[in-house]
Design a binder for this molecule. Structure first.
Ligand code: SF4
Length: 292
């Protein structure tokens, strides 16, 4: 299998076949992110993709799930994704889901018909980095789409029958604005109805715009206590039936999975216990984190 580094995937896709279809990230401009900053975006050649799928067929007996690498692989035109999905189905007929990272803009770039066709080919469970439901915060993060886009495009996924996981970041609005962010983000989540919500926590990668803004006093990171309060507020406000809260990312101080609303009280208690047990120095600190 050919992989051009760096390669990232969600922790929850650890047992999924990774198939590289793009290199880097086509957007590559988020304020906090330097994951692919030094990598020029490119598409993998279709011949190489077919070679990799054939190799996977030899290596693994029964592939059920494929994750298309890299940072925003859903950026590929439908006319490029369809032949890739066709090849996967041809050589790995037991595959049930072809998943990948997707930006809101990647959805916008496809017609309703194309979305439906991609769904029929097995493309599903998209990992969408919506990040926040708070308009000003979204603008600051420089994701390249508006809050209105998030509402509209996630609804288009629903109409096409494509399930998605909603990626967002605690602390994204900065110090003093966590509750505001939780309220606005819960509203977006409750309206757009993802199958899972996937929290990480904002951190400043070296050489990111965010790191420069911290130095210049333009942005202030939230403290641990603020992050806990934001996490608690979000859990209180999620109003969906059986949605997975997939929070085990190592960047989260309190990392756990839950099923909501079933585990709501237990999860909130966990946060309250942590606040009670941890000392003030820690709660008022801003640990070094690297956003990924
Ligand atoms: S956060 Fe995602 S979309 Fe933004 S630059 Fe990084 S990889 Fe690209």
């Amino acid at each position: 299998m050919k992989y051009t580094q760096p390669v990232y995937r969600p922790p929850y896709e650890a047992n999924t076949l990774l198939l590289q279809v793009t290199v880097g990230c086509a957007h590559n401009k988020c304020t906090f992110c330097t994951m692919y900053r030094d990598v020029r975006f490119s598409m993998e050649k279709i011949d190489q993709i077919e070679k990799d799928i054939k190799e996977a067929k030899q290596l693994y007996e029964d592939v059920k799930r494929v994750f298309l690498v890299n940072g925003d692989a859903f950026v590929l035109y439908a006319s490029r994704l369809k032949p890739i999905a066709d090849l996967i189905v041809k050589y790995l007929p037991n595959v049930e889901v072809i998943t990948m990272y997707a930006s809101i803009n990647n959805i916008k770039g496809k017609t309703d018909e194309e979305l439906r066709e991609l769904r029929e080919l097995g493309i599903n469970d998209l990992w969408v980095g919506a990040e926040t439901g708070h308009d000003k915060t979204l603008q600051y993060l420089n994701k390249g789409f508006s809050l209105q886009d998030s509402y509209e495009q996630l609804e288009r996924l629903n109409k096409a029958g494509i399930r998605f996981l909603f990626g967002f970041m605690f602390g994204a609005a900065g110090s003093g604005k966590g509750i505001e962010n939780a309220i606005a983000t819960a509203k977006l989540i409750n309206t757009t109805k993802p199958i899972g919500i996937v929290p990480t926590t904002l951190g400043a990668n070296d050489n990111s715009q965010l790191a420069k803004d911290l130095e210049g006093g333009i942005f202030k990171l939230a403290t641990e206590l603020e992050i806990f309060e934001e996490q608690k507020k979000l859990l209180e406000l999620i109003d969906l039936d059986k949605v997975s809260y997939l929070g085990i990312h190592t960047i989260n101080t309190l990392s756990f999975d839950a099923l909501l609303p079933r585990d709501r009280e237990k999860s909130i208690k966990r946060i309250e216990d942590a606040i009670e047990k941890l000392d003030d120095n820690f709660l008022n600190s801003v640990p070094e984190r690297h956003s990924i």
